[in-house]
Ligand binder design. Structure first.
Ligand SMILES: NC(=O)C1=CN([C@@H]2O[C@H](COP(=O)(O)OP(=O)(O)OC[C@H]3O[C@@H](n4cnc5c(N)ncnc54)[C@H](O)[C@@H]3O)[C@@H](O)[C@H]2O)C=CC1
Ligand SMILES: CC(C)CCC[C@@H](C)[C@H]1CC[C@H]2C3=C(CC[C@]12C)[C@@]1(C)CCC(=O)C[C@@H]1CC3
Length: 345
């Protein structure tokens, strides 16, 4: 029997495809008839239609086989944002992205879709309905944000219609959903250690939390709309649930859904932020002797106590984006997917 050869424009690669977002993206791409190469430093679960390449993004020779005969690349690899390893962020997010762009050009890839972050404009103070024309953070709040800014600039500047290499950046915010390794697990761990009793600030700050399937939907729309005549070339796009929610209502809904108490007592934002900063400094000073991992980092406190929600009007206009799963439904599906994190299990 003759094997069906998939057209080149249905072959794509997902860099970081073993991760939370990457794996959801791979599953949706398969549903839509793509064949997928996954490139990741970590192994992923085997799926029909997926060829897995294990390697480091910073190694061009390792990347090239994964990009062979591929016209579309999604780049969603990054070190975990919670780390404070500057060298690792610079190596993977900056040097690795530069290497990936060179490898894409060498392999004849036509389109590159970057997973950036709405946090590239966040400096720790309120952002309400922020649009994509906000300037990049001048004082990024951590190394993750600092290197995500450089990464996004590099990818957007590489957009070259004349030579047939098109790029776009998707900026999601607060991704959550089944198999997320950070938001729900960190929240539950904090609750289990009895530290989720307090609301930082007055609890009215609005935030975007975006269900993973909406983020995937935004990536695929961008990839399919990315053509030389399209307005999206070389631009960043916010992708959110378009339903800003009070940070503490969201946390409470997840906690209560899993059988834990919602936080009740208020603490002043400035006090908690100051303490988090002190702890962070202490951890830095003591690093040669002992490894301290504070739960309440300055970044987490800033995210928990300020407004940060973004407009996705541009994505609606230029690519017809509309969330496919509501916040309510997303929370219900997420809570259901973590039976092992329920209170008492
Ligand atoms: N989780 C969130 O709330 C948000 C995430 N993002 C971005 O979305 C992307 C995906 O994030 P998640 O899926 O949450 O993270 P994740 O940690 O689950 O996935 C990242 C993947 O990148 C891989 N990776 C790391 N270093 C690598 C290297 N040197 N070479 C090859 N692969 C490497 C990891 O092994 C992992 O599988 C990242 O770019 C992140 O900055 C943006 C906004 C919010
Ligand atoms: C201990 C509690 C005060 C907070 C627990 C939940 C947090 C772990 C998460 C709440 C907002 C999340 C978030 C991110 C990571 C996880 C949270 C801090 C990002 C920093 C992930 C990477 C990004 O690009 C931006 C995200 C913003 C929201």
């Amino acid at each position: 029997m003759a094997t069906r050869v998939r057209p080149r424009n249905k072959r794509c690669a997902v860099i970081g495809g073993s991760g939370f977002l990457g794996a959801h993206l791979v599953e949706k791409l398969l549903d839509r008839g793509y064949s997928v190469s996954v490139f990741d430093i970590r192994e992923s679960r085997e799926l029909p239609g997926v060829t897995f390449y294990q390697g480091d993004l910073c190694d061009q020779q390792a990347l090239l086989p994964a990009l062979k005969d591929v016209s579309l690349v999604f780049h969603c690899a990054s070190p975990a944002p919670g780390s404070d390893n500057r060298e690792l962020f610079e190596r993977v997010n900056i040097q690795g992205t530069r290497t990936l762009i060179q490898a894409c050009i060498e392999a004849g890839v036509e389109k590159l879709v970057l997973t950036s972050s709405a946090s590239v404009v966040f400096e720790g103070s309120d952002i309400k309905n922020g649009r994509e024309d906000l300037p990049y953070a001048k004082k990024p709040i951590d190394y993750y944000t600092e290197t995500k800014i450089e990464q996004e600039k590099m990818v957007l500047e590489a957009c070259d219609k004349e030579n047939g290499f098109l790029t776009v950046a998707i900026r999601p915010h607060g991704i959550f959903g089944p198999r997320d390794p950070q938001l729900v697990p960190i929240l539950v761990d904090t609750a289990r250690r009895g530290k989720m009793k307090f609301i930082i600030g007055d609890g009215t700050n609005l935030v975007d939390f975006t269900f993973v399937e909406n983020v995937v939907h935004g990536h695929i729309l961008a990839a399919e709309r990315l053509r030389p005549d399209s307005p999206i070339c070389g631009k960043p796009y916010h992708i959110t649930n378009d339903e800003p929610v009070r940070f503490w209502d969201f946390m409470s809904e997840v906690l209560v859904g899993l059988g834990y108490n919602a936080p009740r007592y208020h603490l002043p934002y400035a006090l908690v932020y100051g303490l988090a900063l002190l702890l962070w400094l202490l951890a830095l000073i003591l690093r040669p002797l002992v490894s301290l991992k504070p739960t309440f980092t300055p970044m987490r406190v800033a995210l928990a106590g300020t407004h940060h929600y973004y407009s996705c009007e541009r994505a609606k206009q230029d690519m017809g984006y509309k969330p496919v799963v509501s916040l309510k439904e997303g929370i219900a599906r997420t809570v259901q997917s973590y039976p092992h994190l329920r209170q008492g299990s």
